[in-house]
Write a protein that binds this ligand. Sequence first.
Ligand code: ZN
Length: 133
Amino acid sequence: MPVHGFHTRTASHREIVDITNRVQQAVGEANCAEGLVCVTASHCTCTVYVNENESSLVADTLELISKLTSDRSWRHDRIDDNAAAHLAASVLGNSVCLPISGGQIELGTWQRIMLVELDGPRDRRVTVTVIPG
Ligand code: ZN
């Protein structure tokens, strides 16, 4: 099972980054025509999801994350003051699995693979596991 991946450096405390092209590049390196690709953010305070990369929707997504997790005193904050980031990552999930057809990730017209930084800026590793089939 070929495992590829890449590092990315986020720039903000919270941000959403379109990683679709880099994932497609990793799929190309795996030389897989048909199968599945699993994209995993290998962190507790960073995640991935699939949706449209439209600027106001991205802003709305960040606002939703803030509303879900902010203005609370969380227990984990006593340890390293980033409970909101952990909780948001848990709610969003840390991976997505998508079909590959003709060597391309099958996405809908407006779908993109988005990385969510929840406690940056940091260096982040994205693991791309390609399963031929
Ligand atoms: Zn923590």
